[in-house]
Design a protein around this ligand. Structure first.
Ligand SMILES: *Cc1c(COP(=O)(O)O)cnc(C)c1O
Length: 380
């Protein structure tokens, strides 16, 4: 079956005992046992829940992995993945990863004696320079956030495997509809399902999918032992979102391309970051390693001082953090999502205080372009 069909049909019918087409929301926290210590398929909700498992199986299938696991948030997924490692272990992490990912390494796992080097992974030759005898994994997002650099996943995978490292990919921006990192050699893929997978800005969720069943077992052990699982209701919402992922991703991308083209024609815009533009340095790579470019666009005004004013003048775009919902959002990463990265570091990375990030929704792209035009004209 083709991907668009699998997005809709995977796991259906959802409840063989009743024939319910969609998996019901099983709320029971505990399940009857036949005799003491002899549970059936389920015993306790943290360990396993049929609604959560329905989502986990669909995600494993879509990403092409052996096992999927659903967590209470994207950060909970990453946190649990990092618990696969030990004190003294070293990570090579992309330098413009999600601010919360940076914070988790720099301020939380550092306390447990794990070290991270933040490296520009769009320059694969940088890997060698940061490799140590204690390096255990590479953590990468592609495209990156908010600068939308495209990272070569096959290059990351071959380096990882040549040095016995695990490759961990945050696939939030692309979703399995546009990019499947496990097929390109990654070991673990994770998502903030809060974004495109759920797709309606109304649920917080995380997903991890692993290629190796044994690693899947170990991650499930950690998921159960530490307990940051996704609730049955939220599992249902994410699965419901996934059914329309193809339609939504196509619409996000169509809008993003139109918005990016409009912005790149404006004289008061200094730079547009969108991998779908042929002028983007990662355009070719994005074409080869995935099937699309997504719905995120960032841009820098020639006069960065105008950025805050533009975010106030837009009428359709909502000034808010997050991304991947059906409604378009506008944000200033330096002040919002990436505020937890120290200012000097942001400057080094090119996350300018005046950089504007758009999560292009599925509204009529012409309305989005007109909204941006009036906001830009108003602030000239
Ligand atoms: C939002 C986000 C996260 C964190 O996920 P939560 O669901 O908010 O915990 C991680 N990575 C990326 C790329 C994100 O956009």
């Amino acid at each position: 079956m083709r991907l668009k069909t699998r997005l809709v049909r995977s796991g259906l019918p959802g409840d063989p005992p009743t024939g319910a087409v969609n998996p019901p929301i099983y709320l029971s926290t505990t399940f009857e046992q036949e005799s003491p210590g002899k549970p059936g398929a389920y015993e306790y909700i943290r360990t396993g829940n049929p609604t959560r498992e329905a989502l986990e199986k669909v995600m494993a299938e879509l990403e092409g992995g052996a096992r999927g696991l659903a967590f209470a948030s994207g950060m909970a997924a990453l946190q649990t993945i990092l618990l696969l490692f030990s004190e003294g272990d070293h990570f090579i992490v992309g330098d413009d990863v999600y601010g919360g990912t940076y914070r988790l390494f720099a301020r939380v796992f550092s306390r447990l004696g794990m070290k991270a080097s933040f490296v520009d992974l769009s320059q694969p030759e940088e890997l060698e320079r940061h490799l140590t005898s204690r390096t255990r994994a590479i953590v990468v997002e592609t495209p990156t956030n908010p600068l939308l650099k495209v990272i070569n996943l096959q290059a990351m995978a071959s380096f990882s495997h040549a040095h016995g490292l695990k490759l961990i990919v945050d696939n939030t921006f692309m979703t399995p509809y546009f990019q499947r990192p496990l097929e390109l050699g990654a070991d673990i893929v994770f998502h903030s399902a809060t974004k495109y997978l759920a797709g309606h800005s109304d649920v917080l969720a995380g997903i991890a999918v692993v290629k190796d069943p044994e690693l899947g077992e170990e991650l499930h052990f950690l998921q159960n032992a530490t307990g940051a699982v996704l609730s049955p209701f939220d599992s249902y919402l994410v699965l419901r979102g996934i059914r329309t992922l193809a339609l939504r991703m196509e619409a996000h991308q169509r809008g993003a391309l139109q918005v990016a083209q409009f912005l790149s024609e404006r004289h008061d815009v200094a730079k547009v970051y969108y991998p779908g533009l042929p002028s983007h340095p990662g355009h070719h790579l994005a074409r080869v390693q995935g099937e699309g470019f997504g719905g995120m666009v960032s841009f820098l005004l020639s006069d960065p001082e105008r950025a805050a004013e533009v975010t106030r003048k837009v009428k359709l775009f909502t000034l808010a953090e997050s991304l991947g919902g059906v409604e378009s959002l506008i944000s200033i990463p330096a002040r919002m999502t990436h505020a937890s990265i120290p200012p000097e570091r942001r400057k080094e990375l090119g996350i300018h205080d005046g950089l504007i990030r758009l999560s292009v929704g599925i509204e009529d792209p012409q309305d989005l372009v007109e909204d941006l035009r009036q906001a830009l004209d108003e602030t000239l």
